[in-house]
Ligand binder design. Structure first.
Ligand code: MN
Length: 277
């Protein structure tokens, strides 16, 4: 790993602000076959000016070890009835994606404060798929070779901010990617997951059923949408994919308790707390 000697001469602070890729055109740069190799070269340098942030992670069913989260990809409008309730024609759209930050992930049981700057916080129950083996341009037939496990999660959404952004042609981030916006139940290793292709998925608010559908209702099944996603981004170990929500989304208020599951996978429980200050 090349470290310019000038960096060492100039002292620690300078090291940390200039850090450190090989010069484009250098032999080292050419040897770094991909973006991810370059990232590995960066992370080989072990000094930071502030403590590095904690590694976001998800619990694993039946294990003390946790699954480290790298990125969270989300599929938009992947169930026809939900696409219709959002005012779109499900027959005419290829799958599209948005993201949440890895540290938006919280465990089941954690109270999520009602988030700021919204009057319309909504739930979206979703099958969550965890990537254990990276890859790009993955054919649909090979997608399961890249999956570590699965769980259920809630794509919490500030619907008013999302819709305002949609109207203005702006990004969805402020509606989707806020703090604690991705509660995820404990992951189950793939060999213990009954199916990623069929099975009831549901969500209740205070015990009243609000969303109830079947994974078989997905417009783009897991094999297909992860294959398509992998054409745009090289998937990496630690990536999560939230696979879209069925119809029945709706608003919650402080004090509500969300529960949900995919049959055969652990239930999620997410209480909504008072508004974050
Ligand atoms: Mn969603």
């Amino acid at each position: 790993m090349p470290v310019p000697s000038a960096v060492f001469r100039s002292g620690v602070q300078h090291i940390l602000t200039r850090w450190v890729l090989p010069n484009p055109g250098s032999r080292e740069f050419e040897k770094a076959a991909s973006f991810h190799d370059l990232q590995d070269m960066q992370s080989g340098c072990m000094a930071y000016v502030i403590p590095p942030p904690p590694q976001p992670s998800v619990a694993v069913q039946g294990s003390d070890a946790r699954f480290p989260v790298r990125r969270v990809f989300c599929v938009g409008r992947n169930y026809a009835a939900h696409a219709r309730e959002m005012g779109r024609d499900p027959d005419r759209e290829p799958p599209f994606f948005f993201t949440k930050p890895a540290d938006a992930v919280v465990d089941s049981g954690v109270t999520v404060p009602y988030p700021p700057e919204t009057g319309n916080l909504q739930y979206e129950i979703e099958l969550v798929v965890a990537i254990g083996t990276g890859g790009a341009n993955i054919p649909p037939a090979n997608v399961y070779d890249h999956i570590w496990g699965a769980s259920v999660g809630i794509d919490l959404t500030r619907r008013d901010l999302q819709m305002a952004a949609r109207e203005l042609g702006r990004p969805w981030d402020w509606g989707k990617a806020f703090d604690m916006s991705a509660p995820v139940a404990p992951l189950v290793p793939l060999q213990d997951v009954p199916s990623l292709e069929k099975g009831r998925i549901w969500l209740a608010v205070n015990g009243e059923m609000k969303q109830e559908a079947d994974l078989a209702d997905m417009i783009w099944p897991v094999r297909d949408h992860i294959s398509i996603l992998s054409r745009s981004m090289a998937l990496c170990p630690g990536d999560l994919v939230m696979t879209g929500t069925p119809a029945g989304v709706g608003s919650v208020v402080a004090g509500d308790i969300l529960t949900g599951a995919v049959d055969g996978l652990p239930e999620i429980t997410t209480p909504i707390g008072t508004r974050a200050s």
